[in-house]
Each structure stands twice: as structure tokens, then as C-alpha cells.
Design a protein around this ligand. Structure first.
Ligand code: ADP
Ligand code: MG
Length: 256
């Protein structure tokens, strides 16, 4: 499924939040959305799955306007993990994962064998099987984020939207999350579109980058070509430099 944004504009009262956003999110690839705070990244992600309907322009899935698909159809294809989320009180990990099945379930229909399989699979992929009966509220930050990932994966979307999936996690747990996302892309061909803060995660863990700055597309293309020290300086208005680690991997770091 090819997801594309065509000339997207979003305005809140007088303020233009997004302007003329046109870009493609290639199927089965990992696209990172990068840009400063307030650039409009979360707004764009919400437009892409019609969570925000107040936009001009078009979002298309295989060429068809998503507005014509309707919310239920969209959520059978696209899942989103928003930045801010709150689990209902007294929810277990397994129950949370089950919420991901709602778009596939008919009204009042009970759990099907397919639902059970999808939830089991999601818990397996996110390494949450041993936590299935734990209350979400009792989990550590890393475990909780994996529980939310399990919910979006149980939805079995073809396209997964993630808004800063590693925020608030320590470096080891950040890598856990990036590896899980990587694995679902590699093993199941899931298209990944994630807003990332870490430039080096974007360089290492993505195939394409879309840079948003001031509500507009600043650059798009291959991560290592788009996210050079020179462009990072322009995007974030910092001084940046390139460093090579002991395995020969180049990293770009801000260093004012
Ligand atoms: P980012 O995710 O890149 O940090 P956002 O998309 O969250 O940026 O926000 C972009 C801009 O839009 C910000 O200036 C923010 O204050 C504004 N904004 C976001 N949501 C709303 C809203 N519901 N009403 C008014 N302004 C909003
Ligand atoms: Mg945001």
C-alpha cells in the first residue's frame, strides 16, 4: 500500500501549521520524519491516518483518497502510536493488545481465533508474553512502550505510524524499540513511518527521511545524504559534526 501526501495544509485559527507538504512514503520501507519541536511532525502524522481531518490537500492510499475510505477501513490498514497516550485503569497488557483488534471486529462480535492469534503474535514480537497478565500501570517505561507497540501491532496494519516511539526511554530501551520496529519491517514487510528525535537512529534505522521545518518540507531522500552535519546545522540551528565509531559507522552529533 503506497501512502502519499499531496499538498497538505493545516491551519489552526490564523496560524499555518503545515504548508504544501507533498511526499511519498514507500511501501515496505522505513521512513523517518525529522525536524525541530513545533515543526508540525505530529500534525502531519495525524493527517496521514485521518486522526486530524481538518486539512487541505489529499492523502492517498494506492492513489485513492483516504477520506473516501472511512475511518474503519483506514484503521484496518494504518495504525498509529501517538506521542501521548493513557491506558484505561486496571488494564492488563493482554487487554491493551486486544484493543488493537477493534477495527477488525464487527459490532458486538466476540473475540475470534484470528484476534487471539494476532494478540499472541504481537506479544511475542514485542517480547511481552511474560507480561501478558500484568497491569499496564505497573510496568517500567520500556515495558509500557512495548505494551503499546503490542496494541498497534495486534491491529496488524500494513502501515505503522509512530510518534517519537523512544521518548522517555533510556538508551538501551530505545534500541529495544528500534529493533522491534526494524524486525516487523524486515520480517513482515510492514511500512514504517516514524517521527524520530535521534538523528543517528534515523540514519541507521531508516530507508528514507522526510525533514519538516516550519510546517514545510525541508528535504527528503536517503538518510545519510539528507542528514549530514551541514544539513543538521541548518535544520536544528546548531553546530554539528561527524564522528566515526570503532566499527566505522558515521554519526552526526550536535556540539555547539
Ligand atoms: P511537532 O510534532 O513537530 O513538535 P506539532 O505538529 O505537535 O509539532 O505542532 C506544530 C504546531 O502546531 C505547534 O506550534 C503547535 O503549538 C501547533 N498545534 C498543534 N496542535 C494544535 C491545536 N490543536 N491547536 C492549535 N495549535 C496546535
Ligand atoms: Mg510532536
Amino acid at each position: 500500500m503506497q501512502l502519499s501526501a499531496e499538498n497538505i495544509g493545516v491551519q489552526f485559527s490564523e496560524k499555518k501549521i503545515l504548508r504544501g507538504i507533498t511526499c511519498k512514503f514507500p511501501a515496505h520501507k522505513r521512513t523517518a520524519i525529522i525536524g525541530p519541536n513545533g515543526a508540525g511532525k505530529s500534525t502531519l502524522l495525524k493527517v496521514l491516518c485521518l486522526l486530524n481531518e481538518n486539512f487541505t490537500g489529499r492523502v492517498t492510499l494506492n492513489g485513492g483518497d483516504i477520506r473516501e475510505l472511512g475511518r474503519r477501513k483506514i484503521s484496518q490498514v494504518i495504525a498509529i502510536l501517538p506521542q501521548e497516550k493513557e491506558a484505561p485503569q486496571d488494564t492488563t497488557v493482554k487487554q491493551l493488545a486486544n484493543f488493537g483488534r477493534f477495527p477488525h471486529r464487527k459490532f458486538f462480535e466476540s473475540t475470534t481465533a484470528e484476534d487471539t492469534r494476532a494478540v499472541e503474535w504481537a506479544l511475542e514480537v514485542t517480547k511481552m508474553k511474560n507480561f501478558a497478565d500484568r497491569q499496564v500501570a505497573s510496568l517500567s517505561g520500556g515495558e509500557r512502550q512495548r505494551a503499546w507497540l503490542a496494541m498497534t501491532l495486534a491491529q496488524q496494519p500494513q502501515i505503522l505510524l509512530l510518534d517519537e516511539p523512544t521518548t522517555y526511554l533510556d538508551i538501551a530501551h530505545q534500541l529495544d524499540v528500534m529493533e522491534i520496529i526494524n524486525a516487523v519491517n524486515k520480517n513482515f514487510g510492514m511500512t514504517i513511518i516514524s517521527v524520530l528525535h535521534d538523528i543517528n537512529h534515523a540514519r541507521i534505522y531508516s530507508d528514507e527521511v522526510v525533514v519538516v521545518k516550519g510546517g514545510e518540507i525541508f528535504a527528503t531522500g536517503e538518510p545519510k545524504k539528507v542528514l549530514t552535519a551541514a544539513s543538521v546545522e541548518k535544520i536544528f540551528e546548531v553546530k554539528a559534526d561527524t564522528f566515526t565509531n570503532s566499527s566505522g559507522v558515521e554519526m552526526v552529533l550536535a556540539c555547539n
